[in-house]
Write a protein that binds this ligand. Structure first.
Ligand SMILES: Cc1ncc(COP(=O)(O)O)c(C=O)c1O
Length: 348
């Protein structure tokens, strides 16, 4: 079975973790600091605060902006529930908006229609590794939290995704662009916001009391994150090569392939094609042939909240098929994916 996603790990990763283990200093320490410096330097912002997940990073980013009860936070419906959870953690109100049909990202026109006096922030996921239209979203003058969980290394107009918002968050979950097992980070160019996030991450030995969290990353995770970060250029290159093969060898099937945007670098965290007909059945058929494909978003958020009128989200959800793409996917496996997916779609 070819899995849909998989971490890409090697002996250097094992050595990096072993070194920390043998040092005896296994909780948050020097490696976490080094990982924070490395990522913030790469993105081109002042600093970063590592956390134990992307969700906790989002939670702290919202708290840094002082989002709370009565505030509205805008986000797309077509995204995972981590965002909804973080908004509910701070007791703010989620305002879901529809997506653009081609980029699968937030539709800026819909965002504009949803702005009110209560809008505190907009969470902007760069879904599947393609940056959202940052210029348009920035023009509203509302603080943006860029969700780069799927977009480490993507660029918009030549600048790294994660360098546009008031804050940005990353995830290093096992199958993300780089992995630390579980893990996340908040980045910002604002020393003030970074300080707030840093203060909230850790509760121990404080002179004053406020509700704080234990959201720390361990040095074991940070060592793995640093080791993976060193391989980021080769990871991105491999994703590009696989995506190019898919785009070259799949175009004559009755499916829509990802479009290209000259001003954005897509890192192909997911390679998502759009097919007609019964998606569930197709997923089953492909699985029977030994390939695991998935709906790239399990369920749109508006379904969970009992809302309607998200036509593009529904169209995409019922037709989007994510096929395997990750650095450790071998060339022979790519050929198998192309042959079987092509045949099954053509036979429908
Ligand atoms: C777009 C997006 N945001 C946030 C998250 C949450 O990250 P984590 O699983 O590390 O909490 C994910 C993870 O799946 C994600 O895909």
């Amino acid at each position: 079975m070819i899995p849909h996603s998989k971490p890409t790990l090697d002996n250097r990763d094992c050595d990096a973790v072993l070194e920390v283990l043998q040092s005896g200093q296994i909780t948050q320490g020097e490696y976490v600091k080094r990982f924070e410096d490395k990522l913030s330097e790469f993105i081109g912002v002042k600093g970063g605060v590592a956390t134990n997940s992307g969700t906790s990073a989002l939670h702290l980013a919202l708290l840094a902006l002082e989002a709370g009860k009565g505030d509205e936070i805008i986000l797309p419906s077509y995204v995972c529930t981590a965002l909804l959870n973080a908004i509910h953690y701070v007791r703010a109100t989620p305002i879901l908006v529809d997506i653009e049909p081609d980029s699968f990202n937030l539709d800026a026109k819909r965002v504009k229609e949803s702005l009110t006096e209560k809008t505190k922030a907009i969470i902007v996921p760069h879904l599947f590794g393609l940056p959202a239209d940052m210029e348009e979203l920035q023009s509203f003058g509302i603080p943006l939290i860029e969700d780069c969980a799927q977009a480490l290394g993507a660029t918009y107009k030549g600048k790294q995704a994660g360098g546009f918002g008031a804050l940005s968050i990353f995830s290093f979950y096992a199958t993300k662009v780089i992995a630390s097992g579980e893990g996340g980070m908040v980045l910002s160019d604002s020393p003030h916001l970074l300080e707030r996030v840093r203060d909230l991450r850790d509760y121990d030995n404080r002179d004053n009391y406020r509700i704080r969290f234990n959201y720390k990353m361990t040095d074991l995770q940070a060592a793995l994150g640093i080791s993976q970060m060193e391989k980021l250029p080769s990871f991105l290159e491999r994703r590009k090569v696989i995506a190019k093969r898919y785009s070259r060898e799949l175009p004559n099937i009755p499916a829509l392939l990802p479009p290209e945007y000259p001003d954005r670098k897509h890192i192909f965290y997911r390679y998502v094609i759009r097919v007609e007909g019964n998606l569930e059945r197709l997923l089953e058929q492909i699985k029977k042939e030994g390939i695991c494909c998935e709906r790239p978003v399990y369920r749109p958020l508006h379904y969970y909240l009992g809302l309607s009128d998200f036509p593009e989200t529904e169209r995409i959800w019922s037709s989007a098929l994510s096929i395997p793409i990750y650095p450790s996917l071998a060339s022979g496996e790519v050929t198998e994916v192309i042959d079987r997916v092509k045949r099954l779609i053509e036979e429908r």
